[in-house]
Every structure is written in structure tokens, then in C-alpha cells.
Design a binder for this molecule. Structure first.
Ligand code: SF4
Ligand code: SF4
Length: 189
């Protein structure tokens, strides 16, 4: 009798508790902050372009060979609004083959790629898990906004900071050399 009453009270107590499940796919439970989902590419807002230069280091180091990339000359470099001579033109990750190892993030020297919270791959298309450059960049921007991401090496990789750092150095070089010419032996004399 007492045991039955206890069971009944337990049931009543749980009726008024908040459910720990979600009505997926309409509702999504938040993932934990340290969760490591698929990698995505990040966006340099100071130059309005990706951080990725297409250097191919991550592509070569990826243990499952699920990445491909191609670079081209950066028009923003020619316009003087970016310090990147080369910029990514094509990038693709086949998420079906990605093992979430994080090696691509570790080897990137340009703060260009991060492991995000992206984890949902369900698709009706056979190649629906292939993420191209626009998809990777939109995932990366979402990640930057949600996580408050900060670059590890802004002086080297953030265009606005790198250009500002170079400007005084360039001016000083011009002052030293006189109208930008290399110093000659006559100048030294
Ligand atoms: S993500 Fe980094 S390592 Fe990979 S191609 Fe871009 S700049 Fe190079
Ligand atoms: S997390 Fe690992 S497997 Fe996935 S793309 Fe990066 S290096 Fe390749």
C-alpha cells in the first residue's frame, strides 16, 4: 500500500516537471559549449572576405582526404583593402567522410577554420553532406556570432589589424630610403 502510494506520488511529481526531451525536428536541444561538430570557414569582417587563403595545408593533412580547395589572386589585395595576396575560390568538405578529428583546425596558420556545433547531416540527396564554400562560410559566420569567436593571431590574420600594423612601417621605410628608393652607397656617404 505504502509502496504504491510512493510510486503514485513520484508519477505526480514528474507530471509537473519540465520535459528533458524535444519534439525533433521542430525543436532542437542546445549542444554543450565544448561539443565539437563539423569544421567551417570563418569570415574576416574587416576586409569583408574569408580568412582562408587556400594554402592547402589542411587539405594535405586531413586523414580522410575529405577536403578540397583552390585559391586565386585576391582582388582586395590589389585594391589595398586586404593583406592576403591569395584568397580561397573553391572549398569543399565531404562531411560524410569527416571524422571530426580537428587536425584541419590545428594546422591552419590563418585562423581560417574552426570546429563548430554543426552536427545535423540528414538529407534526401546522396551527396547532400558535401559542404561547399558558401555553406562553409555561412556556418562559420553563424559560429562566430554564437560563440563570440576571437582570432588567435589577429596581428597576422585580421586584415584591418595587419594593414594598420604595416602602414607605419611602410611610411618609416619610405622616410629612411627617400621616396621609396633603395639606399645607395652615395646616400650612405
Ligand atoms: S583553412 Fe587554413 S589551412 Fe586550410 S586552406 Fe584555408 S588557410 Fe589553408
Ligand atoms: S576534422 Fe579531420 S577529418 Fe574532418 S575535415 Fe578536418 S582534418 Fe578532415
Amino acid at each position: 500500500m505504502i509502496a504504491g502510494l510512493k510510486g503514485f506520488l513520484t508519477t505526480i511529481r514528474w507530471v509537473f516537471k519540465r520535459p528533458v526531451t524535444a519534439n525533433y525536428p521542430e525543436e532542437h536541444l542546445p549542444v554543450q559549449p565544448r561539443y565539437m561538430g563539423f569544421p567551417a570557414l570563418l569570415w574576416d569582417t574587416t576586409a569583408d572576405e574569408p580568412f582562408c587563403t587556400g594554402c592547402m595545408v589542411c587539405v594535405r593533412e586531413c586523414p580522410t582526404q575529405c577536403m578540397s580547395a583552390r585559391m586565386h589572386d585576391n582582388p582586395n589585395f590589389a585594391a589595398g583593402t586586404s593583406h592576403r595576396r591569395k584568397i580561397i575560390e573553391h572549398f569543399e568538405i565531404n562531411y560524410n567522410r569527416c571524422i571530426l578529428c580537428g587536425i584541419c583546425v590545428d594546422v591552419c596558420a590563418f585562423d581560417a577554420i574552426e570546429m563548430t556545433h554543426e552536427h545535423e547531416l540528414a538529407s534526401y540527396a546522396r551527396n547532400g553532406a558535401r559542404a561547399d564554400l558558401p555553406i562553409l562560410l555561412s556556418q562559420g559566420r553563424r559560429w562566430m556570432e554564437r560563440s563570440g569567436w576571437r582570432p588567435r593571431n589577429p596581428e597576422k590574420n585580421v586584415a584591418g589589424v595587419a594593414l594598420a600594423k604595416r602602414a607605419p612601417a611602410t611610411a618609416a621605410t619610405k622616410l629612411d630610403t627617400g621616396s621609396g628608393k633603395a639606399p645607395s652607397r652615395e646616400d650612405d656617404a
